[in-house]
Design a protein around this ligand. Structure first.
Ligand SMILES: C[C@@H]1O/C(=N\OC(=O)Nc2ccccc2)[C@@H](O)[C@H](O)[C@@H]1O
Length: 474
């Protein structure tokens, strides 16, 4: 007993000292992250399992579509107002041209559903400040356009009816509001920005009240010094929104801590519920995601979120986009593909075609995407591993078929392969050969030319006799 007592004492001292050491290097933060590690509630579990989402960028910028007086704007179409070639007032007058006669919320929702998306992120207000809902706090909304009607309500209802969760995109930066400032340098700036902060809070409470079905907010336009300096206000506003809408999902881009640190606070802890930094790029390894939830938002052209008449530069193929989806899920994230509807409310044919090609693949292979997570297995050249959450089922999503026809898999020591088969042919066991201990070749032929396919591994705990029911390497 005396030995046990001493051992327990030593253990206690060890734990206490490591905890102290961790905390010691941590600085005291009032407005840093308030939660560490992944959220475990059902709303976030559902979000985590979505895998594939749709982003919608729509607003007045879709009317010029990246062109003004016949001249192409070289930047992203939704930023055209910032172009010197356009008088700001001329852009702002586009409100009088907003009349999307071909807008059909159900069509947008069915495109997303048929693509295999499980959720949608929709711009309520982009940087130009034009509101797709009839906000009480500004006149710069659909209510004062020829269209007159709310756009957000039919969209939220249509996606909800189609079974997709809705996330509302909201830009803090608002070029239309007189109180917006890029930085606060004078007393006058400070007074103006106080009005802007009240306006912002009012609009966010208004959105959560008018569209209670929304599962989260995707914040943007939060990089300027004026907002970065609002650690206390933003922290309190986030708390108020979470209280108003329990379970609300808010990413790392909303607010900075009191030292101006964004996405990760001054103790390097993620702000918000998931990392929002992956914009038009993907992490390369699991180390890049720091054990957090995350989403990658992606454009089909190089960098056009709003509709651009010119479908120029490299346009990603459905194979490329399927591979990005697989890579995102293989590293524990969601892939959110952007669509930029035209000014008349229709979705361009090129985007509809890609959505349908992705959907064709998802209809056959989505078991390897939905509710899947990082497998913990060593990445191989043929493609990406995903693992079904809380199941002993691993998927090999194949993009590069080896000339040998053999797909290398390395498993942890305690894991055996119970069965291996093509997702499209579960009744035909694939030949498995153990080439080294815990390293295997699975032999398979591509099922469809020039399209990715999936091999399934049913795994199990290894019994002492090796527990694998397949041939050993000769
Ligand atoms: C989703 C995109 O988000 C934006 N900007 O995002 C960023 O600035 N992302 C960013 C910036 C620095 C580092 C990492 C990401 C917007 O300006 C753009 O129009 C679009 O709505």
């Amino acid at each position: 007993p005396i030995k046990r007592f001493i051992a327990l004492q030593l253990l206690f001292i060890l734990i206490a000292s490591t905890t102290y050491a961790q905390n010691a290097e941590r600085i005291k933060l009032k407005h840093g992250s308030h939660r560490e590690g992944k959220r475990t509630d059902s709303v976030m579990q559902k979000w985590r399992g979505n895998g594939l989402g749709q982003f919608i960028h729509w607003g007045l910028y879709a009317i010029p579509g990246g062109e003004w007086n016949g001249k192409q704007y070289n930047g992203a179409a939704e930023w055209i107002r910032s172009w010197n070639g356009i008088p700001k007032s001329a852009y702002d007058s586009l409100i009088y041209k907003f009349n999307p006669i071909n807008f059909n919320a159900d069509e947008w929702a069915s495109i997303a559903k048929n693509m295999g998306a499980k959720y949608v992120t929709i711009t309520t207000k982009h940087h130009d400040g034009f509101c797709l809902w009839p906000s009480k706090y500004t006149s710069y909304t659909v209510a004062n356009s020829p269209w007159k009607k709310d756009i957000m309500k039919p969209l939220v209802d249509a996606y909800d009816k189609a079974g997709l969760d809705v996330i509302l995109y909201f830009s803090i930066m608002d070029w239309n509001h007189p109180g917006w400032r890029y930085d606060i340098k004078t007393k006058a700036d400070s007074i103006a920005f106080e009005g802007f902060k009240k306006f912002t809070r009012n609009q966010l409470i208004e959105l959560l009240t008018m569209y209670p079905k929304a599962k989260g907010l995707w914040f943007d336009g939060t990089w300027d010094k004026s907002w970065v300096k609002q650690a206390k206000f933003a922290d309190e506003l986030e708390a108020e929104m979470r209280k108003l809408r329990p379970g609300l999902i808010i990413g790392s881009r909303f607010r900075a801590d009191e030292y101006g640190k964004r996405h990760f606070d001054s103790n390097n802890v993620l702000m918000g519920d998931y990392e929002q930094g992956w914009e038009r790029k993907l992490p390369n390894s699991i180390a890049d995601v720091h054990g957090n939830d995350w989403d990658c938002v992606m454009t089909i052209p190089e960098n056009q979120w709003g509709y651009n008449k010119a479908w120029k530069g490299h346009i990603k193929s459905s194979n490329e986009l399927i591979e990005m989806t697989a890579k995102a899920v293989s590293l524990g994230g969601n892939f959110v593909l952007n669509f930029g509807p035209k000014g008349d409310g229709s979705i361009r044919d090129e985007e509809k075609k890609l959505a349908s090609e992705i959907g064709d693949w998802m209809k056959v292979n989505s078991e390897a995407i939905y509710n899947c997570e990082y497998s913990g297995l060593e990445k191989q050249d043929w493609g990406y591993f995903t693992k079904k959450r809380e199941k002993d089922k691993v998927y090999l999503i194949i993009f590069n078929t080896p000339v040998s026809g053999a797909y290398r898999v390395k498993l942890p020591a305690k894991t055996a392969i119970a069965k291996s088969y093509l997702l499209t042919n579960p009744n035909m066991d694939l030949r498995v050969e153990e080439v080294h201990s815990n390293e295997y070749f699975i032999y398979a032929k591509p099922t469809t030319e020039a399209k990715p396919f999936v091999i399934v591994l049913d795994t199990k705990k290894k019994e002492n006799n090796g527990g694998n029911n397949y041939e050993k390497a000769k």
